[in-house]
Write a protein that binds this ligand. Structure first.
Ligand code: NAD
Ligand code: ZN
Length: 687
């Protein structure tokens, strides 16, 4: 594979080879999206070419990608009204400030104002409206002329066929696939006998350019520019600042870059710009579509006019590049592991690849159906995405990089842990033994900090107890004796006493914790709390049928069936816990009575009826609380803990380094308080 780009060029032959690789990669990248080098690798290549050319100006080749829109690799036959350019890049705050200084020198004074937008990772499109009707779509091409892709009209969300006013105007912006649209597009393409696209960007480019597709796909558009298309074009448009152009275009009914992110578009000074960059970077992982940077523009029309353009990019705008979150590597194998509930989950083993400073060797593959859907094979070059702290995932194979040596991925015939039968009735396969298949994992989960919170009982200790046949499930812990423990390796007097005390203390945990420890499928921490608060006692939970468990918020018909079935399955375990004196009631909760459907219990409490979101690092009296403990605190005080900010949010507790949730709350005008203020408000419920 030609996937290796030189980081430094040593002679003219290497220079020629590098230019050829860049040109062919660009042609594939902008063509049908089939380049086999990832963006980081390509950018390194171009930097090496530029460095060589700076030292050897006499050798510069005419086909060199430097200084050209799209690396000079594409052309088109529809001339643009004005050039559609690329953007220059900076890679740090320092470089940004330097660039801004340069711009202000050129302008001979300070920039009047700034606009800050997401750098949307799709392809640039010019959309031509005549008297309010969308008549033509043109790609960027070489910047001077592009390709007609008008067949895409009607498939692009955000780009209406008819504007609110009959104006003749050209709107420019990015066409992209959201993550969901990408998945659907790939599924459809494969259902029609095609091969999957490697990532949303190349999928959007490839799909939009494909003329005779037998099926329709949906794209998304965000505009970031507009100009009059004819003499009759909207008056005064060219005199508007960028923010004004965006408002105008939005009024016409087009989706703009302002709608891509919560928060304002305009900023008065570079301090505001810098803070906004940090905010967008922090929000990146949660966005529904990919961004590869942040675009900073001088807002004023006069400033833009004065700064002008280079042959490749405007001088009044810059792209602040974010580290790539997607890279390509090779899929070496697939491992199948059995989780604590018996779910058999596949995991991709990859050639190590560095993504945003972290070396990635494993990625999730979800389930067998998903592997089939993505048409993955062992030996495939695959694109892997790691967004924020989310577990990396394999997006798709680069089918064009196949050599014929790739092997199908084998699915397990029997449970890879116990060798027993597999239940394949759901997309996620499960060992028929369920949680009994992986005792250690389910016990470790049960004693974890957010469940029974038994200190001194790490995974190693659990393995030791299971292997010594002292416990077979977590209820057995409550029957352990001093004699049994003291005989074990690495168990002295003190550690034995401490462990026994910790186990004893766990008996009085609230029902919500005990219930969570059972590890019923689909009931994590917050769901367990809702169930415990609603029913108040374990007996009432167990007595509930499929209908009545659905009275708990968030339990639908499907979940209800699983819940009731699992409770029957683990009935002996629950009986055993009860017989050892483990608490089976939820403090402060009252059982539901037949007449009252709603639970008025919360009234009178400080957070009664309020949906509360916690974000950032907690300080002061709340410093040591985990997020789960914060949520428990909110619920004790009568509120509802939520993880995302919406119009329904009543209060946001924002600690140190709060990011996008805080921004969103401010935008929506939701009250925001500090951890200290919050601690005061719920002081009676602390500890
Ligand atoms: N992997 C490969 O083989 C390969 C080949 C060629 C190029 N590339 C990648 O493509 C990039 C260079 O391509 P480029 O010249 O298209 O530049 P670019 O994509 O870095 O930046 C310019 C483009 O950004 C887009 N954009 C997104 N949001 C915008 C906004 N808010 N305002 C204005 N423009 C916005 C526009 O489409 C504009 O044309 C590099 O990152 C490179 O890695 C990769
Ligand atoms: Zn098994």
């Amino acid at each position: 594979m030609s996937n290796v780009a030189p980081t430094a060029i040593v002679d003219e032959a290497a220079y020629t080879a590098a230019v050829e690789l860049a040109v062919s990669s660009s042609a594939a990248y902008y063509g049908d999206g089939s380049s086999t080098v990832d963006d980081d690798t390509y950018d390194q290549l171009v930097r090496a070419i530029a460095a060589w050319e700076a030292e050897h100006p006499e050798q510069v080749r005419a086909d060199s990608p430097t200084g050209k829109v799209a690396g000079g690799a594409v052309t088109g036959d529809v001339p643009h009204t004005r050039p559609m350019l690329s953007l220059d890049n900076v890679f740090s705050g320092e470089e940004l400030l330097k660039w801004a200084e340069g711009l202000e020198r050129r302008l001979g004074g300070p920039v009047a104002g700034w606009a800050v937008e997401a750098k949307l990772d799709g392809l640039a499109i010019s959309a031509r409206y005549r008297e309010g009707r969308l008549v033509q779509l043109v790609t960027r091409g070489d910047g001077l002329a592009g390709e007609d892709v008008s067949h895409g009209i009607g498939q692009i969300v955000g780009l209406p066929a008819e504007l609110a006013e009959p104006v003749t105007v050209e709107v420019r912006g990015e066409v992209l696939f959201t993550t969901a649209q990408f998945e659907t597009a790939n599924t459809l393409r494969m259902a029609h006998g095609g091969t999957p696209f490697a990532n949303p960007r190349s999928a959007a480019a490839g799909s939009l350019r494909a003329k005779d597709r037998p099926y329709k796909v949906e794209f998304t558009f965000f505009g970031y520019g507009a100009l009059p298309l004819a003499e009759a074009g909207p008056e005064g448009l060219l005199a508007l600042p960028h923010t004004g152009v965006m408002e105008y275009v939005a009024r016409l009914g087009v989706q703009t870059s302002a709608a891509a992110l919560p928060g304002p578009l305009g900023y008065g000074d570079l301090e505001g710009v810098t803070a906004r960059i940090a905010e967008i970077a922090a929000a990146r992982a949660e966005l529904a579509f990919g961004i590869d940077g942040i675009v900073i523009k001088a807002d004023g029309a006069e400033d833009q006019e004065k700064a002008g353009l280079s042959s490749r990019a405007p001088r009044w705008a810059i792209a602040y590049k974010l580290p790539a979150d997607t890279r390509t590597t090779v899929l070496r194998g697939v491992e199948w592991a059995v989780g604590r509930t018996g779910i058999i989950a596949p995991r991709a083993v990859l050639d190590p690849v560095e993504i945003d400073g972290v070396t990635v060797t494993y990625a999730t593959l979800h389930n067998p159906a998903d592997i089939t859907r993505r048409d993955l094979m062992i030996g495939d070059t695959v694109s892997v995405k790691r967004a924020g702290d989310v577990i990396p995932r394999v997006e798709a194979p680069l089918v064009q990089a196949r050599t014929g040596e790739e092997q199908p991925i084998a699915f397990p015939e029997t449970c890879p842990r116990c060798g027993g039968a597999i239940d394949r009735s759901q997309e996620r396969w499960r060992c028929e033994l369920g949680r009994a298949c992986n005792t250690v994992a389910s016990i470790s989960y049960a004693v974890g900090r957010d469940q029974l919170d038994i200190e001194g009982l790490g995974q190693t200790r659990v393995v030791q107890l299971v292997e010594a046949e002292l416990i077979a499930d977590f209820a057995d812990l409550f029957a352990l004796t001093r004699e049994q423990l003291i005989g074990l390796e690495r168990m002295g007097d003190t550690s034995t006493d401490n462990l026994l005390a910790a186990i004893e203390a766990a008996k009085s945990r609230p029902l919500s914790r005990v219930f969570a420890a059972l590890g019923v499928r689909g009931t994590g921490r917050s769901m367990s709390r809702r169930i415990a608060r609603y029913f108040a006692t374990m007996d009432l939970i167990r007595a509930a049928d499929v209908d009545s468990v659905q009275k708990v918020e968030g339990i639908g018909p499907e979940k209800a069936v699983v819940l009731v079935a699992e409770l029957t399955e683990i009935a002996p375990l629950i009986d055993k816990l009860a017989s050892f004196g483990v608490n089976m009631t939820e403090p402060g909760a009252t059982p539901p009575s037949a007449e009252e459907e709603t639970v008025p219990e919360a009234s009178g409490l400080p957070l009664a009826g309020m949906s509360v979101v916690v974000t950032g690092g907690m300080t002061g009296p709340l410093e040591s609380l985990s997020r789960n403990e914060m949520n428990e605190l909110i619920e004790r005080a009568g509120g509802k803990a939520s993880s995302s900010v919406s119009k329904k949010t009543a209060l946001v507790v924002a600690g140190e380094k709060a990011g996008s949730k805080l921004t969103k709350a401010t935008d929506l005008g939701i009250p925001v308080i500090t951890p200290d203020e919050f601690a005061e408000r719920v002081a009676d419920f602390l500890g």
